[in-house]
Design a protein around this ligand. Structure first.
Ligand code: HDE
Length: 695
C-alpha cells in the first residue's frame, strides 16, 4: 500500500488518507497472502464448504458489516473537496485566523443533500437541500451546516423530531419515500403555523434546483463573530453561486426521477471531473443591534430572513470545489458535520434551534460512526495540530506516547513529556451572553416561546409577494399538487385557512385548484403586516445567467450535416458549456459525405430533461424515420413543454410538427449556434402559458 496523500497531525505521526492498491498482492485483512479469490474451501470438488476457510469467513464477515446507519435526515448527499480563499479581511469582526488577511485560504469539504429521502433515493424530489461545508482552518475545523433556503421550518429544537417524523415515510405504511405530499407532513404544517415560511420556500422553485451548482446556501441562524477585543457582532452567512440560481420545472424534476436518479450527483461529479469547478462566494449580513431592535421580527428566530435590501450581503471569500472524492463511503458517508465546530472568533447566538443543534450532531455521529473517535477518520480530522488528554475508546487509531494522560501534571519537571496546556490567549473563549440586541438578560428558567417569535405570516407573505407572476404560479401549482395528495379533508382546510393569512389571492387560487370552498382564516397570534417586497428572494427577477456550465443535447441522424454539428459544439465550448451528441444508435452515425462519428449516448438513454437546450441536426430521411420513434417525439415534446430553446435543421421540421413543437422565439435554426447558446440558461416563460394550465 502506498500513501498518496498525508495529513500531518502535528505530533510527527502521519495519517494515511488514501491508499492505492495498484500492482499489489491480494491478502486477508491480517496480510496473509491469498492464493485463490474465486473458490471457497470444500471437501472434494462437490462436497460441503469447510468452516476452516478463514479466507471466505473473513471476506463474508466484513461484507456483512459494510453498511453504517444512514443519516436520519440528509441521508442522500453528494460531496466534493475544494478550497476556500478569503477575499476580504474582517479582523474588525472576527479574530478567526482564517479571516485576518485577504488571500488566506484553507481546504474545504462540501456536502449537499436532500432532507427527507433515504440514502438510495432520488436527487430531484421537491425538498430542501442541505448545504454543509467543513473548513479545515488553521485553528481547527469550522462546520457551516446550512440549507438552500434562508429560513427553517421550526423555531425550537424541541419540535425537530416531530417535524422529521411527519415528513418521512408514514410510520405504518413505509411510504411515500422522499416526498412531502402526504397527510402527516401537512397535518403537522396545519397545526404549526411557524412552519409556513419555510413551507412557502419548499413549494417554490427553490426546492427543485436545476443542480447543486446552481443553488444558494444559507447558514440560516444568526451567528456571532468575536474580534480580538472580545467585541461580538451578529451575522448571517450566505453562499452565492457564481453560475447563478436556477431551478427545474416540476414536470422536469418528476421525469428526472426516472431518467436519471443521480442527476445532481452526476452533474457535480462530471463538472468537477471536466474542470468546470463550481464556485460560491461566501457573504455575511452584519446585523446592527439598533436596527434589529426596530424590526417586527426577532433576528434570533430561524423562521425569519433578513432581506438583503435592508442588510446587504458583504462578500468575504470564495469556495471552489475542485476535486471529486476517491471513495463514496470513506468520505461522503463518514463525514461528520457538527455546527458546534467553530474556531475562535466564530460563536453562537441564543437562537433556540441552533442551541439544540449544538447537542444533536455530536450525538448522532457517535451513533452513525460507532465511536467517540470519529474525529480521527481522515475526512473528519483537523488539518492543524490536535493534542489533548482524551484517550482510548473504540477504534482508537493513535498511539499516544508517555504517561501524561491527565492535567495538571508536573511530569515535564522530571524530564518527561507533560502534554499540551490550554492557551489562555489564543484559545476559544465563549462570547459573553451579551444582550446587545436590546433584549432583557435572561434571569428565569422558562419553557416558553418568546413573544417576539409569534408572527408566522408576515414573512411568508413577503416571500410570496416578492416572486414574479410565473414563480407565484409555480407555488400555487405545488400547493395544489401536494394538498391534493392529502386525504384528510380537515388538514386541507386548515392549511387553506393559514394561506388566507399569507395572501388572499394565493388561498383562493389554491382552493380553486382543488375545487374547494375557502374556509375562514386561521386565528393569528399576531396580525400579519405588509413588509416591503424583496426582489432578491425571486430567482426570475435576477439577470439570466451565462451559458457557462450548462448542457446542450444534439440529436444527430444519418445523413446530417457535420458542419452544423461542429459549429454548435464550437459555440458551446466557447461559452464553457458542455455538449452531448446523441443518435438513435450509439455506435456510429454516418454524416452527409460519408464520415462516421460515434455518439456520446443513445437517444433512449438521454431524455431531454437531462439537457438545458436541444438541437436536432437531421437529414430529411433521418427526420422522417424519427417521426415513428416515440422517444424522439418525447425528446422534443418534453423539451418544448419544459420551455427550452430548440434549434433544428429545416429537414427536421416534419419531426417537430409531429412532436407538437410550434414556432416561437426559442425555436431556432440549427445554423444559429450563437442564438441557441445565448438561450442555453434561459427558458421561454411566455410559452408556459400556452402549455401548462394556469391555476
Ligand atoms: Fe440538521 N441534522 N438538525 N439542520 N442538518 C442533521 O446530523 C438537527 C437543521 C442540516 O451533510 C443530522 O450528521 C436538529 C437546520 C444539514 O452530513 C442531525 C435540528 C439546518 C445536515 C441533525 C436541525 C440543518 C443535517 C443528521 C433542529 C440548516 C446534513 C445526520 C434543532 C441550518 C449534514 C447528521 C451532512 C443533518 C439534527 C435543524 C441542516 C440528526 C436537532 C436549521 C445540511 O444531527
Amino acid at each position: 500500500m502506498t500513501a498518496a496523500f498525508t495529513a500531518t497531525r502535528g505530533n510527527g505521526d502521519e495519517l494515511q488518507e488514501t491508499v492505492s492498491d495498484a500492482g499489489t498482492r491480494l491478502t486477508t485483512n491480517m496480510g496473509i497472502p491469498v492464493s485463490d479469490n474465486q473458490n471457497s474451501l470444500r471437501l472434494g470438488a462437490r462436497g460441503p464448504t469447510l468452516l476452516e476457510d478463514f479466507v471466505l469467513r473473513e471476506k463474508i464477515f466484513h461484507f456483512d458489516h459494510e453498511r453504517i446507519p444512514e443519516r436520519i435526515v440528509h441521508a442522500r448527499g453528494s460531496v466534493a473537496h475544494g478550497t476556500f480563499e478569503v477575499t476580504k479581511a474582517i479582523p474588525e469582526l472576527t479574530r478567526a485566523a482564517l479571516f485576518q488577511k485577504a488571500g488566506n485560504s484553507c481546504d474545504v469539504f462540501a456536502r449537499f443533500s436532500t432532507v427527507a429521502g433515504g440514502a438510495g433515493s432520488v436527487d430531484t424530489p421537491r425538498d430542501i437541500r442541505g448545504f454543509a461545508v467543513k473548513f479545515y482552518t488553521p485553528e481547527g475545523n469550522w462546520d457551516l451546516v446550512g440549507n438552500n433556503t434562508p429560513v427553517f421550518f421550526i423555531q425550537d429544537a424541541m419540535k425537530f423530531p416531530d417535524l422529521v417524523h411527519s415528513v418521512k415515510m408514514e410510520a405504518d405504511r413505509g411510504y411515500p419515500q422522499a416526498a412531502s405530499a402526504h397527510d402527516t407532513f401537512w397535518d403537522f404544517v396545519s397545526l404549526m403555523p411557524e412552519t409556513l415560511h419555510n413551507v412557502m420556500w419548499a413549494m417554490s422553485d427553490r426546492a427543485i434546483p436545476r443542480s447543486l451548482r446552481f443553488m444558494e446556501g444559507f447558514g440560516i441562524h444568526t451567528f456571532r463573530m468575536v474580534n480580538a477585543e472580545g467585541k461580538s457582532t451578529f451575522v448571517r452567512f450566505h453562499w452565492k453561486p457564481r453560475l447563478g440560481v436556477q431551478s427545474l420545472l416540476w414536470d422536469e424534476s418528476a421525469k428526472l426521477q426516472g431518467a436519471d436518479n443521480d442527476y445532481h450527483r452526476r452533474d457535480l461529479f462530471e463538472a468537477i471531473a471536466e474542470g468546470g469547478f463550481p464556485q460560491w462566494d461566501l457573504g455575511i449580513q452584519v446585523i446592527d443591534p439598533a436596527w434589529a431592535e426596530k424590526q417586527p421580527y426577532d433576528v434570533l428566530d430561524a423562521t425569519k430572513l433578513i432581506p438583503e435590501e435592508e442588510v446587504p450581503v458583504q462578500l468575504i471569500g470564495t469556495m471552489t470545489l475542485n476535486r471529486n472524492v476517491d471513495n463514496h463511503f470513506a468520505e461522503n458517508e463518514q463525514v461528520a458535520f457538527c455546527p458546534s465546530n467553530v474556531p475562535p472568533g466564530i460563536d453562537f447566538s441564543d437562537d433556540p434551534l441552533l442551541q439544540g443543534r449544538l447537542f444533536s450532531y455530536l450525538d448522532t455521529q457517535k451513533s452513525r460512526l460507532g465511536t467517540a473517535n470519529f474525529h480521527q477518520i481522515p475526512i473528519n480530522a483537523p488539518r492543524c495540530p490536535m493534542h489533548n488528554f482524551q484517550r482510548d475508546g473504540m477504534m482508537q487509531m493513535q498511539i499516544p506516547k508517555g504517561r501524561a494522560s491527565y492535567e495538571p501534571n508536573s511530569l515535564d519537571k522530571a524530564g518527561e513529556v507533560g502534554g499540551p496546556r490550554a492557551d489562555t490567549r489564543g484559545g476559544f473563549i465563549t462570547a459573553r451572553p451579551v444582550t446587545d440586541l436590546g433584549r432583557e438578560a435572561p434571569t428565569e428558567k422558562l419553557r416558553i416561546r418568546a413573544e417576539t417569535f409569534a408572527d408566522h405570516y408576515s414573512q411568508p407573505r413577503m416571500f410570496f409577494r416578492s416572486l414574479t407572476d410565473v414563480e407565484q404560479g409555480h407555488v400555487v401549482s405545488a400547493l395544489v399538487f401536494e394538498l391534493s395528495k392529502v386525504a384528510l379533508m380537515h388538514v386541507r382546510e386548515t392549511v387553506l385557512s393559514h394561506l388566507r393569512n399569507i395572501d388572499e389571492t394565493l388561498a383562493q387560487r389554491v382552493a380553486d385548484g382543488m375545487a374547494m370552498a375557502l374556509p375562514a382564516a386561521a386565528e393569528a397570534a399576531v396580525a400579519p403586516v405588509d413588509l416591503p417586497v424583496s426582489d432578491k428572494l425571486s430567482i426570475l427577477k435576477q439577470p439570466v445567467p451565462a451559458p457557462k456550465g450548462r448542457k446542450l443535447g444534439i440529436l444527430v441522424t444519418d445523413g446530417a450535416d457535420g458542419a452544423v454539428v461542429d459549429a454548435l459544439k464550437a459555440a458551446a465550448k466557447a461559452a464553457e458549456a458542455s455538449v452531448m451528441v446523441l443518435a438513435p444508435k450509439v455506435g456510429a452515425v454516418k454524416l452527409a459525405g460519408g464520415t462516421e462519428i460515434a455518439a456520446d449516448a443513445q437517444l433512449d438513454g438521454a431524455p431531454s430533461v437531462t439537457f438545458d437546450a436541444l438541437a436536432v441536426v437531421a437529414s430529411a430521411e433521418g427526420a422522417d424515420q424519427l417521426t415513428r420513434h416515440k422517444k424522439a417525439l418525447d425528446w422534443l415534446s418534453d423539451g418544448f413543454a419544459h420551455l427550452k430553446a430548440i434549434a433544428h435543421t429545416a429537414e427536421a421540421q416534419p419531426l417537430l410538427d409531429k412532436a407538437g413543437v410550434s414556432k416561437d422565439d426559442f425555436v431556432l435554426d440549427a445554423g444559429n449556434a450563437q442564438g441557441l447558446i445565448a438561450k442555453l440558461a434561459d427558458r421561454n416563460w411566455d410559452r408556459e402559458k400556452t402549455i401548462w394550465p394556469a391555476l
